[in-house]
Ligand binder design. Structure first.
Ligand SMILES: [Zn+2]
Length: 63
């Protein structure tokens, strides 16, 4: 997977670029990436609120 949904603001984020910028979070299920520190912080406070949204996005990409 090269890109992933930033579930906070609905932007599609390049995982490599986010990693370089320190805007990723490693979770047990997958690596999450964000457009900015604000979105990363929001996600980190309540990751469970957003996991389903990213799951749905990833499933849609696979089709
Ligand atoms: Zn964002």
């Amino acid at each position: 997977m090269k890109e992933i949904l930033d579930p906070i603001c609905d932007m599609i984020v390049d995982i490599e670029e986010a990693r370089d910028a320190g805007l990723t979070l490693e979770m047990p299920d997958r690596e999450y990436a964000f457009c900015a520190a604000g979105c990363q912080t929001t996600f980190a406070k309540a990751p469970r609120s957003y996991v389903a949204k990213v799951d749905a996005w990833v499933a849609a990409q696979a089709k």
